[in-house]
Design a protein around this ligand. Structure first.
Ligand code: HEC
Length: 199
């Protein structure tokens, strides 16, 4: 009798925690979507402004300095890891995808080959890793026309940009992309044992 009762209590407790975890995951996803949207909008606005003000050679700072800065600020503010990863990488320190990210990027490529628009793709999951559970989120980044100035076919990249890229990134692999292609993703990794920061 006693053990049956304990068992029921246990089931009940598991049921509640599963429901709570479900809500939590949905909230985590919404928070990741919102953070990504903010990052992408800020970058897009800054890129447009710098391109108009001084052309691609001046706009390099947006992708080189502003993007990692915003991602760093978001990371510190929330206790997450926020970064941009590439299918081919210019900055290996920040841009090389880990095993999970590589797998999801490959899935995005398969979905793109089947006709889905890269701009609409995202994927999230709770992942067990050796040191704990993480909520992980990847939002695909499509190549737009403006990106070709620095990520397009090398012969189409302005000489002034080529020179800067060669001096900062001698092992650059993030060129040769076409419009609409998958450039990479915004990646957000949230430790599940850290409460979600709600403002
Ligand atoms: C004016 C040049 C320039 C333009 C335009 C530009 N980028 Fe970049 N991009 C860079 C540089 C430089 C880096 C390396 C940043 C760093 O050092 O972390 C980079 C890095 C990236 C990365 C991180 C992964 C990696 O390869 O290191 C992504 C993703 C990316 N760019 C996407 C885009 C997209 C999408 C656009 C268009 C909306 C774009 N970029 C437009 C210069 C540019």
């Amino acid at each position: 009798m006693g053990s049956q009762r304990n068992c029921l209590l246990l089931l009940c407790a598991l049921g509640i925690s599963a429901a709570q975890a479900g809500d939590d995951v949905e909230q985590r996803k919404q928070a990741a979507v919102a953070a990504t949207k903010g990052l992408v909008q800020q970058l897009g606005g800054a890129l447009k402004k710098e391109m108009e003000a001084g052309g691609p050679a001046q706009a390099i700072g947006v992708c080189r300095d502003l993007a990692p800065k915003i991602a760093g600020d978001l990371s510190r503010e929330h206790g997450w890891q926020v970064t941009r990863v590439g299918t081919r990488v210019r900055n290996p320190l920040l841009g090389i995808p880990d095993a999970w990210e590589q797998q999801v990027l490959q899935d995005f490529q398969v979905r793109a080959a089947a006709g889905e628009a890269v701009a609409d793709m995202s994927f999230s999951a709770v992942v067990e890793e050796p040191d704990g559970r993480y909520f992980r989120f990847l939002k695909a980044i499509p190549v737009q026309a403006v990106c070709l100035n620095c990520h397009g076919p090398v012969e189409k990249i302005p000489t002034a940009v080529q020179e800067q890229l060669a001096s900062h990134y001698p092992m650059d692999r993030a060129v040769g992309y076409g419009e609409g292609e998958l450039r990479g993703a915004v990646s957000i990794k949230q430790p599940m044992d850290l409460p979600l920061k709600t403002n």
